[in-house]
Design a protein around this ligand. Sequence first.
Ligand SMILES: Nc1ncnc2c1ncn2[C@@H]1O[C@H](COP(=O)(O)OP(=O)(O)OP(=O)(O)O)[C@@H](O)[C@H]1O
Ligand SMILES: [Mg+2]
Length: 228
Amino acid sequence: MNKNLFISCINLCKNTKNNNILKNINFSLKQGNMMVIIGSSGSGKSTLLHIIAGLDSISSGDIFFNGISIKNMNQDQLSCLRKNNIGFIYQFHYLLFDFSCLENVALPLLIKKEKKSIAYEKSIKMLHQVGLKDNIFHKNPSSLSGGERQRIAIARALVSKPKLIIADEPTGNLDEINSRLVLDLFLKFNKKYNTTVIVVTHHIQIFKVFPIQAEMNQGNLLLKNIIL
Ligand SMILES: Nc1ncnc2c1ncn2[C@@H]1O[C@H](COP(=O)(O)OP(=O)(O)OP(=O)(O)O)[C@@H](O)[C@H]1O
Ligand SMILES: [Mg+2]
């Protein structure tokens, strides 16, 4: 396995009893590559993102991070991989309603044993970067709009400056201005920290600016365009 490749997806399949959800997916990304995936509802996009992040199991084939297979990692090893490398933005954001907005964003840093005052300072900065104002920081996310919740989830994924951002329709609930803000944030992270980004989107404006473009079609990933 080529260690210069950050992620390699080799003959990846996901099958359930009645369904071949992912069919022989192959692609590789170097650190700093940006890939966007479009595709119709039910085509397998979220399933692929979850498997890459070790949140769902592989039926056959494998995924390698820096040449290391994740197929046989146990849950602790997968959690460690996620904690140290991946910022995941879920399609349905999964914020914790027992905690305030600020606490939700700070969580990945606190899990990594960052000092509380520094974790909160970084989280406030991140919340400002996604365009949220101080007055919501101590509110419960359940009292916020869908777009505000989505931006909190984005701040939570980015706050620890992960090597890999995986985003599942991150702008699904956002207006044009906030969608652009999120896109600019991904581009900024990519430029500043060489962050690898994989995004699923229905937004053509986002699709257009990503150098690696792919389409999911009934479980097949078709690479459409690679501009590197
Ligand atoms: N846990 C599961 N068990 C069985 N089938 C599943 C499971 N999760 C997803 N599927 C099926 O896998 C297929 C792909 O689902 P997936 O959520 O990956 O699609 P998607 O491309 O993300 O769709 P959308 O654009 O609506 O979010 C669907 O047919 C779905 O019903
Ligand atoms: Mg989905």
